[in-house]
Design a protein around this ligand. Structure first.
Ligand SMILES: [Zn+2]
Length: 316
């Protein structure tokens, strides 16, 4: 258990044996909920790491109700080795390999979260970014099982796109939800960059979520209107090749529109990829090389309540 004297801020390592994960634990002076805030579950997703450590630094425990467990960098070994997303020890994915039935570092970390961290939490805020070879649209993924509980928290976020998540195995959020704990997964930034505006936006998100849960005083601010999407589609490369995307983040695509194409190393066309439905581009791969089975893009499908006319108006 992460126990600390009320009104204290502790810097320590958590995590399974032989895999220390840096943590800042704020034990508020007053009783309240416990929130787990995680960043860099996928290594190479940098802006949230700075935002989490800065938010933890800024919070005054004497003004906090409840507890916040901040983990600025979960995948520490991947961060040190500058890998993209995966845990380098075994190539595992901390947002795919729950509940961690097998052996290896990834499974051990997953089991630690399920056994030690999630049971303490009333809410999980998991902060991501586009990977090093990606560009991304800021968005929030909302597990459909907990939409009702999550709506008040969702409302305080200044993120324009909310995508219903149909997690049903493997994801950290799904593992938390299965324990009855609501979770949100946010995405800001991309490309292995750590822009100040993304750090600032993430800091504001963290404080707004903590405010909505009664942990800190809710910041006074206005937020953008949100568009809700029913699900996301993740087309994958059907063959190894050179990948040439022709879409842009934060824009809408129509059914049948070209997403990009692959060529072989000699410049011969291998395949053209098209959108299966109208949707918002959430992210797309920017690396020239692509392996068979690698996601080349993701787009969110429009809810039926949102007409194409609205999308045309928003289209860049
Ligand atoms: Zn991620």
């Amino acid at each position: 258990m992460c126990t600390g004297q009320s009104g204290s801020k502790q810097y320590m390592d958590l995590g399974p044996q032989e895999y220390p994960i840096p943590a800042i634990i704020i034990s508020g002076k007053y009783p309240g909920k416990t929130v787990l805030v995680t960043a860099q579950i996928h290594s190479g997703e940098y802006p949230a790491t700075s935002a989490v450590s800065r938010a933890a630094k800024q919070l005054d425990p004497s003004a906090v109700h409840g507890k916040v467990i901040f983990l600025p960098c979960v995948n520490m070994s991947g961060f040190r080795r500058e890998t993209d997303a995966f845990v380098p020890e075994d190539g595992g994915n901390l947002n795919r390999d729950y509940p961690g039935d097998g052996s290896g570092t990834t499974a051990e970390i997953a089991r630690y979260f399920i056994g030690e961290l999630f049971p303490q939490a009333d809410f999980v805020l998991d902060l991501h970014s586009g990977g090093i070879p990606e560009k991304l649209t800021p968005c929030v993924f909302v597990p459909y099982r907990m939409e009702k509980e999550l709506m008040p928290v969702l409302q305080v976020l200044d993120i324009p796109h909310a995508v219903r998540s149909h997690n049903c195995h493997g994801e950290a959020g799904y593992a938390a939800n299965m324990l009855g704990i609501p979770s949100l997964l946010l995405e800001r930034g991309y490309g292995g960059l750590c822009m100040q505006e993304w750090i600032d936006a993430y800091m504001a998100d963290i404080l707004a979520v903590l405010g909505s849960l009664g942990i800190v005083r809710a910041p006074d601010r206005t937020v953008c209107k949100k568009t809700y999407y029913t699900e996301a589609v993740y087309p994958e490369a059907q063959e190894e090749g050179l990948w040439f995307p022709c879409i842009c983040e934060d824009t809408y695509i129509r059914k049948g529109e070209t997403i990009g194409h692959t060529e072989d190393i000699y410049g011969n066309l291998l395949r053209t990829y098209t959108a299966e439905a109208d949707g918002l581009v959430l992210y797309y791969r920017t690396a020239l090389h692509v392996s068979k089975g690698t996601p080349i893009a993701a787009y969110a499908l429009l809810s039926s309540a949102f007409s194409m006319t609205d999308h045309e108006r928003l289209r860049k």
